[in-house]
Design a protein around this ligand. Structure first.
Ligand SMILES: [Mg+2]
Length: 239
């Protein structure tokens, strides 16, 4: 019923942009942070996909500034990372946290099928976001930005956080599928030798996601569900 290779026992889900619609929150927060620092419209939508999406905050700050030939010191990087975190909290307070229902149905179906499930996020707010979205009980383990810092795990595009989650669920990488919407996340999954890499294309970058190493690109994880309920849901969404 789940369109995954038969060797897969374990599903590792990114949070922002895969399970919850918080990628919009992060995009707005990054734009506010860099536009305030460098001037109006210094930060463009394409910068979000290329430099910051999926990365830990300080890595994202450094990657974006490097793209503008700005070599910022650690104090500036820390200051901008802190401002971005404040902006995220502001936007979430204002707008709340919405989930992707297709992803929630997929995770429920994975649970029903006996697959192990973890969330792997660069976010330091991961557990709070899962709780706010009402889906924290769907996942057995979480590796987030706080865990990564404590355990000295390199952030995406390094594979370390996904490998740690697979280890916690006693799965070898080739037995685990990764679900990601960010280029850095797909690169991390590929680098980790995971058995199946599903990219969720939320911003019309299917070709780039394939180029980064995705085995399959979908618009919504609901597309990976088969059976009468999934067909009915697809028919409804097509109307
Ligand atoms: Mg993401």
């Amino acid at each position: 019923m789940l369109k995954l290779p038969s060797a897969i026992t374990t599903c590792l889900f990114d949070l922002d942009g895969v399970l919850t619609q918080t990628e919009k929150v992060h995009a707005a927060a990054w734009k506010r942070t860099f536009d305030d620092y460098l001037g109006e419209d210094a930060f463009q939508t394409s910068d979000y996909d290329a430099y910051v999406d999926g990365r830990q905050r300080r890595d994202g700050v450094r990657a974006f500034l490097a793209s503008r030939d700005i070599d910022a010191g650690p104090a500036t990087v820390a200051m901008l990372a802190a401002r971005k975190d404040d902006a995220v909290r502001d936007v979430m307070r204002r707008d709340g946290v919405e989930r992707y229902e297709g992803s929630v149905r997929f995770a429920e179906a994975a649970r029903a099928a006996g697959l192990r499930r973890a969330v792997v996020s660069s976010s330091r707010n991961c557990r709070a976001v899962l709780a706010a979205a009402g889906i924290d009980d769907l996942f057995e383990r979480v590796i987030d930005g706080v865990d990564a810092e404590r355990e000295y795990l390199a952030g995406k595009p390094a594979p370390d956080t996904f490998l740690a989650a697979a280890w916690l669920l006693r799965a070898r990488p080739e037995e685990a599928a990764v679900f990601e919407d960010a280029l850095a996340g797909v690169q991390a999954a590929r680098a980790g030798g995971f058995g199946w890499v599903v990219a969720v294309d939320r911003s019309g970058q299917a070709e780039a996601l394939r180029g980064a190493g995705a085995d399959v690109v979908v618009r919504d994880l609901g597309e990976l569900l088969s059976g009468p309920r999934a067909r009915a849901a697809r028919a409804r969404s097509a109307i």
